[in-house]
Design a protein. Structure first.
Length: 396
């Protein structure tokens, strides 16, 4: 068994770890060993010496991200077993079906017992994002483990951690391939639809994998409707709406590259499609006056709040954009509205949407309450992992 340095907690501060919550906060720490380096594997013990877990040490309010609650060595076999468990969960959920689906999230941080690590799978290419120094420092080891677990189903591993690792760690990250290579954009399938993914220059890992089930639901409601997809990114909701029989679909995003990929994704699924139109413009501006032209709207904005200090402004932004949508949507319209901000709770998001509905003076009913899919599992001991919130609303 490998020896690791030990962090000792204050008396009574072990309760959250005994309940398998994977974070150790700085206020709970009684003693830090000398010479600790960010990203180093450490043991965490209670004041009386009881082992509570092992994890990666980091500088900040969260001092340790625990990846095991047992005494064990974080060696290659350990990481392969963790990644294998995550892979098997996705296979058993039917998420890798070459004729229908070739894209899914392989690793979802704490939800898979791998805090600080995200891996999305794109038809043979594993795209990795490290959100902790500990995971970044073993990225090459993890890449080897990914290939070991999936064999020939992994042709390349791309590290896209440049913008996600803690900048204070001084790691000098640079995006690039850890194993193999693949050209971008790469074609993948989701629900029988074709999409082009660019993990090298696109947002996040290149595709919003977490909206798969919600895109399918949009398709179910789209028949005979005029659809507006705001913050469309690469047009996932738009493609499903067209597949579902929408009369027209308009896609809006301020990013020129996103609009280009949206148009291309529509073209490869519906050649010479006349029902679709894209607009490279700000979504708030677009919603100023649309004269009730749309009876199905999708609001899927980027995270308005990435840290706690931004929460008040974020809630105002959610309230403002939803109020505009309520005021502009046609009578009998359906609104899909989302928040992907982790620090915005389900309750706070609902309050913002409810306030927006009250401002519009429209009668609004909830049809569905949405969340993230099975390949974005939430540890029952770590409710913070439930970051995606959504509502489907009927607006009279």
């Amino acid at each position: 068994m490998k020896e690791y340095k030990t962090i000792v907690l204050k008396p009574g501060k072990e309760q959250s770890l005994l309940r398998f919550h994977p974070w150790v906060f700085s206020g709970a720490v009684k003693h830090l060993p000398s010479g600790l380096k960010e990203g180093e594997v450490v043991r965490v013990v209670s004041g009386d010496g009881q082992l509570l877990g092992i994890g990666h040490y980091q500088i900040g309010s969260i001092v340790v991200r625990v990846f095991s609650f047992r005494e064990e060595s974080a060696d290659q076999h350990f990481w392969e077993e963790k990644l294998s468990n995550a892979w098997q969960l996705r296979l058993k959920a039917g998420l890798l079906s070459p004729g229908t689906n070739t894209v899914f999230r392989w690793v979802h941080g704490e939800g898979d017992g791998l805090p600080g690590l995200i891996v999305d799978y794109y038809d043979g290419v594993a795209v990795m994002q490290c959100h902790s120094a500990g995971m970044f420092l073993i990225r090459e080891q993890l890449a080897e483990a990914l290939r070991s677990v999936a064999g020939e189903l992994v042709i390349a591993v791309y590290d896209k951690s440049e913008k996600t690792v803690p900048f204070k760690a001084g790691l000098s990250p640079c995006d690039g391939y850890l194993l193999g290579k693949a050209s971008v954009p790469r074609g993948v399938m989701e629900g029988g639809n074709h999409f082009l993914v660019d993990w090298e220059s696109g947002q996040k890992t290149g595709f919003f994998v977490d909206q798969r089930e919600n895109r399918r639901l949009v398709g179910q409601y789209a028949a005979g409707r005029k659809v507006l997809n705001l913050f469309c990114y690469t047009g996932g909701f738009s493609v499903y709406a067209l597949q579902g029989g929408a009369v027209s679909v308009h896609s809006v995003d301020a990013s020129a590259p996103a609009i280009r990929l949206t148009d291309e994704n529509v073209r490869i699924n519906f050649p010479e499609e006349s029902r679709h139109q894209s607009y490279e413009t700000d979504a708030f501006d677009f919603l100023r006056d649309i004269s009730s032209d749309y009876d199905l709207m999708i609001l899927d904005p980027p995270a308005f709040a990435k840290h706690l200090e931004a929460l008040p402004q974020a809630l105002k932004a959610y309230k403002r954009i939803n109020a505009r949508a309520f005021q502009q949507i046609a009578p009998g319209g359906i609104l899909f509205t989302f928040s992907c901000s982790q620090i915005v709770s389900r309750e706070k998001f609902r309050e913002a949407v409810f306030s927006a509905a009250a401002i519009s003076k429209r009668n609004v009913r909830i049809l569905h309450q949405l969340t993230q899919p099975a390949d974005h599992p939430i540890s029952i001991y770590h409710p913070e992992g439930e970051y995606l919130k959504g509502l489907v609303l009927w607006v009279e």
